[in-house]
Ligand binder design. Sequence first.
Ligand SMILES: CC(C)(COP(=O)(O)OP(=O)(O)OC[C@H]1O[C@@H](n2cnc3c(N)ncnc32)[C@H](O)[C@@H]1OP(=O)(O)O)[C@@H](O)C(=O)NCCC(=O)NCCS
Length: 192
Amino acid sequence: MKNPFITSAIQKRGMESFFIRPERPEDIDAIFEVNLQAFGQDGEARLVNALRDDGDYNRELSLVAVFGERIIGHILFPPIVIVSDTTETSALALAPLAVHQDFQCLGIGAALIEEGLKECQRLGHRIVVVVGHPTYYPKFGFTIARDFGIQAPFPCPDEAFMALSLASGALDGIHGTVRYPIAFDTVGAHTS
Ligand SMILES: CC(C)(COP(=O)(O)OP(=O)(O)OC[C@H]1O[C@@H](n2cnc3c(N)ncnc32)[C@H](O)[C@@H]1OP(=O)(O)O)[C@@H](O)C(=O)NCCC(=O)NCCS
């Protein structure tokens, strides 16, 4: 199948056999497995299933990295709301992101983020928030969310809670506390 998501990041590394595409119904078990394997626990894998069951994400924003027939990475951008006393602003979370341990540090995570953010932008989304490694996500333009007045609804070091504007001025005047889909509370995984 012709795939529009072959990435420059992968091509640069001479690994054209990896590609990225949106999730399909038959990917559900493999997506669970790659999250379970990458995180070494099932919280994130169950979170993805719970969000899917709740209808709480757009499948165009659930992308898999495929090597041969095998799913070796996954990224999801579920919807969130940034809530202040007077406003509610729709945005996306980047969570979770998983790359199978055998394929880490090959650029797969970066490719998933880059292609995922392009898709978010193409679909008109303007803000993405992530809880994650403070040295990893700034490479993709994420900066500390608290600097914009955006807070996590749970205890989190400032440097690990980051936001990215996908449109000019998207973060201007935005402040408040992020409200995640209910599955994040029931499953208890907020990190990317
Ligand atoms: C984090 C993760 C998604 C990165 O994917 P990846 O394909 O291995 O990453 P890439 O090849 O794109 O990037 C590699 C870079 O990320 C860094 N990196 C990888 N894992 C990292 C981590 N846990 N913390 C900080 N940096 C990390 C590497 O040091 C490397 O840095 P360099 O480019 O300066 O050498 C992957 O390691 C993973 O699935 N980890 C387990 C699950 C997880 O922690 N998810 C993210 C939660 S924030």
